[in-house]
Design a protein around this ligand. Structure first.
Ligand SMILES: Cc1ncc(COP(=O)(O)O)c(C=O)c1O
Length: 426
C-alpha cells in the first residue's frame, strides 16, 4: 500500500518473497510520512540517494582502494569511489577523503588505530554533557582500550569552557583530542581546540557527524584549517546514506587509509559509496545551501518559541540544528515526555542534560532537531505551531493526562499531508 492506502508495486519483489518484511517496510514509510521527525541525527534522503543504496553495487567485493584492489572486476566500482572521494574533497576543501568507513563509530575507531596505541589517553567531551560514546566513554571500546578523560560544559553557560579543556589537556597529556559531539547546540570553536592540541602535541579530531551538512551549506565554520582529521557520518544533516568519511591533509592520508583498510574493515559497501557520491553532488548545490540555512533558522525560531513557553534550553538556545531541553522545570522526565510526544506523532529522543541528576536510562531532557522537517519544506512560520504541540503534550504529561495527544496527533497528520517527504511514495 502507498501512504494513501492504495496498492502499489513499489516493493513488489520484496512483497512476493517476504511479505512480512515488505509490510514492515511499508509501515515504516507510512510512519515516516505522517510523523514529525525531530530526532536531530535523522533526515530524509532524496529519492536519488535512496535508489543508489538499492543497486547491484551491493553484490560487489572491492577490498583495497581504487587502482589497488584485491579483487578483479572493479571497472565501475573504482570510478564510483574516485568520484565520491573527489566530491568530498572539493565540498569540504580537503586534500584527502576516505569514504569507506561503514559508519561513524568505525570511522572514529580508525582514527584511534591511526594515531594512538592501546592505553594512550584520549580527551573527549563527556557523554552526558553531549559527547559521543566513541570519544573515549567507558562502555565503548574506545574507553576500554584507551584511557578516556573528559571535558564538559559550564553549569552557568551550558557551553564548553576552553580554559578548562586546556587545563585538562596540560595535566593529562592526551594523544588524541576529540571536539564536536552528539548533543551540542552551539558552534564548536575549532581554532580554540587547535591551539590547545598544538600546545600538548595531540592529534586533533573534529567529529562533525551532526553538523557536516551545516558546514557544507556554509552555516557552521569549517574545522578543515584547524584540525588533523575530520570524522563525519554521512546520514545526518548531510542527508546521505548511512555511512561515514574521514577527511584529512596529505600528510595523514596514508595513516588514515591504512587504518580503515586493512586495519579495521574488509570490503567497502559500494552501494553506500555510490549513494554518498550522489548526496555530495546534491550538497554542492544552491538548494542544499538554502536547506542548511533553513535548518538553522528553523531551530533558532523553534528554540525561541519553546523558551517563550517556559522550556529550559541548555545554553539558552542554539546556533545549529539541535536543541537540548531540560524538562526538570516542567516537572516531567525526558522519557515519559518523549513517549507521549511519540503517541502524538512527534518523534524525539530522551537525552541526558549537563549535570543531570537522573540516570542516563531515565534522564531529565529531550533532544530535538530540525533537519528532517526542513527537508519536508517546513519553515519558521510553522515553528510556533510545533512549539505549541510540544508544550501541550508535555503539559499534559506533567498533569498526568493524555488529553491533548489525540488532538495533536490529528493536527500533525493534517499539516504533514501538505509537505510530502523526499524519497517516500506519494
Ligand atoms: C558525533 C557522533 N559521532 C559518531 C556517531 C556514530 O555514528 P554511527 O551511529 O553511524 O556509528 C554519532 C552518531 O550518533 C555521532 O553523533
Amino acid at each position: 500500500m502507498d501512504i494513501h492506502g492504495h496498492v502499489t508495486n513499489r516493493h513488489h519483489q520484496l512483497a512476493a518473497v517476504d511479505p512480512e518484511i515488505a509490510s514492515l517496510v511499508r509501515a515504516e514509510e507510512l510512519l515516516q510520512h505522517d510523523t514529525l521527525r525531530l530526532i536531530p541525527s535523522e533526515n530524509y534522503v532524496s529519492a536519488a540517494v535512496l535508489e543508489a543504496t538499492g543497486t547491484v553495487l551491493t553484490n560487489k567485493y572491492s577490498e583495497g582502494y581504487p587502482g589497488r584492489r584485491y579483487y578483479e572486476g572493479q571497472q565501475n566500482v573504482d570510478p564510483i569511489e574516485i568520484i565520491a572521494r573527489e566530491r568530498a574533497q572539493s565540498l569540504f576543501g580537503v586534500d584527502h577523503a576516505n569514504v569507506q568507513p561503514y559508519s561513524g563509530s568505525p570511522a572514529n575507531l580508525a582514527v584511534y588505530l591511526a594515531f594512538a596505541k592501546p592505553g594512550d589517553t584520549v580527551l573527549g567531551m563527556s557523554l552526558p554533557m553531549g559527547g559521543h560514546l566513541t570519544h573515549g566513554w567507558g562502555v565503548s571500546a574506545t574507553g576500554t582500550w584507551f584511557r578516556g578523560v573528559r571535558y564538559g560544559v559550564r553549569a552557568d553557560t551550558g557551553r564548553t569552557d576552553l580554559d578548562e579543556v586546556r587545563d585538562l589537556a596540560l595535566r593529562e597529556r592526551p594523544r588524541i583530542i576529540f571536539c564536536g559531539g552528539t548533543a551540542v547546540p552551539r558552534t564548536v570553536d575549532f581554532a580554540g581546540f587547535a591551539s590547545i592540541a598544538r600546545e600538548v602535541d595531540a592529534t586533533l579530531v573534529a567529529d562533525v557527524s551532526h553538523i557536516a551538512g551545516l558546514i557544507a551549506g556554509g552555516v557552521h565554520p569549517s574545522p578543515v584549517d584547524h584540525v588533523d582529521v575530520v570524522s563525519t557520518t554521512t546520514h545526518k544533516t548531510l542527508r546521505g546514506p548511512r555511512g561515514a568519511m574521514l577527511l584529512c591533509g596529505r600528510e595523514h592520508a596514508k595513516a588514515i587509509d591504512k587504518a580503515v583498510f586493512p586495519g579495521l574493515q574488509g570490503g567497502p559497501h559500494n552501494h553506500t559509496t555510490a549513494a554518498i557520491a550522489v548526496a555530495l553532488r546534491e550538497a554542492a548545490t544552491d538548494d542544499f545551501r538554502t536547506y542548511a540555512r533553513q535548518v538553522v533558522a528553523n531551530a533558532r525560531r523553534l528554540g525561541e518559541e519553546l523558551a517563550a513557553r517556559d522550556f529550559d534550553l541548555v545554553s539558552g538556545g542554539t546556533d545549529t540544528h539541535l536543541l537540548l531541553i531540560d524538562l526538570s522545570r516542567r516537572g516531567v522526565a525526558g522519557k515519559p515526555a518523549a513517549k507521549a510526544l511519540d503517541r502524538a506523532g512527534i518523534v524525539v529522543n530522551h537525552n541526558t542534560v549537563p549535570f543531570d541528576r537522573r540516570s542516563p536510562f531515565d534522564p531529565s531532557g529531550i533532544r530535538i532537531g530540525t533537519p528532517a522537517l526542513t527537508s519536508r519544506g517546513l519553515t519558521e512560520e510553522h515553528m510556533a505551531l510545533v512549539a505549541r504541540w510540544i508544550d501541550r503534550v508535555v503539559s499534559d504529561v506533567a498533569a498526568g493526562s493524555e488529553g491533548g495527544v489525540a488532538t495533536v496527533r490529528a493536527e500533525v497528520r493534517e499539516l504533514l499531508a501538505g509537505y510530502p517527504a523526499p524519497g517516500l511514495p506519494v
